[in-house]
Design a binder for this molecule. Structure first.
Ligand code: HEC
Length: 149
């Protein structure tokens, strides 16, 4: 192997290591990216309601719509069989697939209800808070059942 090839190989290894070695175009890479984006948006929404960041009605409405769109995204990137040993998905995702799908639908319904609570400004905290809590609860319920830490 020439020096040039060795150097090139070194670079490839380094750049893979830099992103944890997960190919962003693989199913694992795609579902991780979708989950991370969901986390960011839901943390912003929760943060606005809890006073961690400034509440902004237009921002909340846009964020809720974005979270609703994102809530449909990760599931298509779970292949038929367990794909990658770096996945943090519990094997039960595949063994109890129906229950997993049901919890995915629960999240989609919770985000749709959150959007529903944002359709008639001025928005009321008393409606936003339980709707956001239901979204967070459905993230947590599925993680408890199906995510390995
Ligand atoms: C139906 C089940 C389910 C629901 C609902 C769910 N998750 Fe997850 N989540 C998973 C599974 C399974 C993994 C592990 C994926 C893997 O590594 O293959 C995961 C992983 C993640 C990760 C880690 C991604 C990474 O980079 O490794 C984040 C962040 C996350 N979820 C955020 C959320 C948020 C925020 C919500 C709610 C808005 C949510 N999830 C709802 C099942 C779910």
């Amino acid at each position: 192997m020439t020096l040039k090839k060795l150097l090139l190989l070194g670079c490839v290894c380094l750049s893979l290591a830099a992103c944890g070695g997960v190919d962003p175009n693989s199913p694992l890479g795609k579902r991780q990216a979708a989950f991370k984006e969901m986390l960011k948006v839901s943390e912003d929404l929760g943060g606005m309601l809890r006073g961690r960041i400034v509440y902004d009605e237009a921002g909340f409405i846009a964020g809720a719509a974005q979270l609703e769109r994102l809530s449909h995204e990760p599931w298509q990137h779970f292949p038929q069989v367990r794909d990658d040993e770096r996945s943090k998905a519990n094997p039960e995702v595949w063994e109890r697939h129906e229950q997993f799908q049901k919890m995915a639908r629960d999240l989609e319904q919770a985000t749709a209800a959150l959007v529903q609570a944002t359709t008639a400004p001025p928005l009321r905290r008393t409606e936003l808070e339980p709707a956001m809590q239901a979204v967070e609860d459905s993230c947590e319920a599925c993680h408890k059942a199906f995510r390995a830490y």
